[in-house]
Ligand binder design. Structure first.
Ligand code: FAD
Length: 406
């Protein structure tokens, strides 16, 4: 039986980055993924701000496209914000994970694709992990530390049958389209988000550009009841609506259809560690509830985890309590506000309110919009509330005193 310092289960962005950092630090590391290749579960739209590239040292080969604007389309209105410089990229999710796995190997680690994690047996100094593969059947490895990076499965951190916290679940589906160069040009510079009951009553839909002439068109919703829309259409209806009613392509080809269901712990009540096991990425709900953005946050959790794994392996810490503390410091406040806002926006708001929120957002500039959508700087709302107050006061004075004018 082979033995490792660390076995990372799940080769998503969080697991891949974690194994990459540990391999670079000279640890004997194994990265294990249930699928035989990364194109099988290329489920993510993978939009991210430009800073992600430098922060996680990502090369050009993982970039699908650059974008420099945001457009929001609601049932009756639309608004866009643009910058002269690139603000972000859409990553190629397959290539991103291939790159991370390649880095693990290049730095002396092992990567096993096509191995499904089954169970574990705890011993005094190590844990035995059991995997199943088509090639080898059941196989065991020993590890001093195990990283659960299995995303929504949370396959390692919880024992079979163990009670888990309450989750919000959300499902996203996306079509990868090949369109004509002219249709591509219309959508290639921006991330376009669709809100409101016409486009997606219990979530939002989107068009993200990929390399020429490909577009990702997707929709994601919360799997909970909407206060006002009792029977929404199936997700694919909304994706096809965007194609038919918004893009109106001359002709197009569907190259791929992919999707996934995320499970987000209500109030961030995940288990972050137990004994020599530490959980990262979506296994501890690092995906942001409001925007569904999770790649860089999962990679950030990997960086925090590696710090405490090193301490544990060096005998400087006997558990991962401080890991959870640091994760809460980074995420808790912003994620709790995002959860509350998301529940209101996606499950309570009327179409009228969604339309109205865009009329207020138009007073923000592109940098403020980026701060709101990607940096979760909710204090930007105070500017919006102020604008709302001014608009309401003007309306009141006009009505009361018969003022006319603009
Ligand atoms: C439709 C959709 C669109 C999205 N768009 C964006 C976006 O635009 N930008 C963004 O930043 N985020 C986006 N996200 C979220 C983002 O993709 C996730 O937050 C991110 O992938 C989480 O990374 P992770 O490594 O924690 O988990 P995952 O990416 O889920 O990786 C977990 C890995 O573990 C493997 N695994 C699970 N169980 C086992 C097992 N038993 N044995 C072995 N391996 C196992 C899985 O196969 C998987 O590869 C989107 C998500 C969805 C569903």
């Amino acid at each position: 039986m082979k033995s490792f310092d660390v076995v990372v289960v799940g080769a998503g962005p969080a697991g891949g980055h974690c194994a990459r950092l540990l391999a670079k630090a000279g640890r004997k590391v194994l990265l294990v993924e249930r699928y035989e290749n990364f194109s099988v579960n290329s489920f993510s739209s993978a939009g991210t701000p430009i800073e992600t590239l430098a922060k996680f040292e990502l090369p050009n080969e993982v970039i699908g496209s650059y974008w420099q604007g945001i457009k929001i389309v609601t049932t009756n209105l639309n608004e866009s914000w643009d910058s002269p410089k690139p603000l972000g990229v859409v990553l190629d999710f397959t290539k991103l994970r291939e790159f991370l796995a390649h880095e693990v190997k290049a730095n002396g680690g092992e990567v096993w694709l096509g191995y499904f994690y089954l169970r574990k047996e705890e011993e005094a100094e190590q844990t035995i992990l059991f995997f199943k593969s088509k090639k080898e059947g059941e196989i065991q490895v020993a590890a001093k530390v195990i990283v659960d990076a299995t995303g929504p499965s949370r396959a390692v951190i919880y024992n079979k049958g163990e009670a888990q916290p309450l989750f919000h679940s959300g499902t996203g589906i996306e079509y990868l389209l090949e369109v004509t160069p002219e249709d591509y040009e219309k959508h290639c510079d921006r991330l376009t988000f669709f809100l409101g009951h016409k486009w997606m009553p219990k979530g939002y839909s989107w068009i993200f550009p990929m390399e020429k002439p490909k577009l990702k068109v997707g929709a994601g919703l919360l799997n909970s009841q909407h206060e006002l829309i009792k029977k929404p259409e199936p997700i694919k209806y909304y994706i096809e609506l965007i194609i038919k009613d918004y893009i109106k392509p001359k002709n197009y080809k569907i190259l791929d259809i992919h999707g996934a269901t995320l499970k987000y712990s209500q109030g961030l009540q995940d288990k972050y560690y137990r004994k020599n096991i530490i959980a990262i990425g979506d296994a501890v709900s690092t995906v942001n509830f409001l925007g569904g953005e999770g790649i860089r946050h999962g990679m950030c959790s990997a960086e925090v985890a590696v710090k405490y794994i090193e301490k544990y392996l060096n005998g400087e810490a006997s558990d991962f309590k401080k890991y959870q503390k640091e994760m809460y410091k980074i995420f808790y406040k912003k994620w709790i506000i995002s959860e509350k806002l998301g529940l209101k926006k996606y499950l309570l708001d009327s179409d009228n309110i969604v339309d109205r929120s865009i009329t207020y957002l138009k007073y923000l500039n592109i940098h403020e919009i980026m701060d709101l959508l990607f940096n979760y700087k909710f204090e930007k709302f105070s500017k919006i509330f102020l604008i709302r107050l001014v608009i309401k006061s003007l309306a009141f004075f006009r009505k009361s005193f018969g003022f006319k004018g603009s």
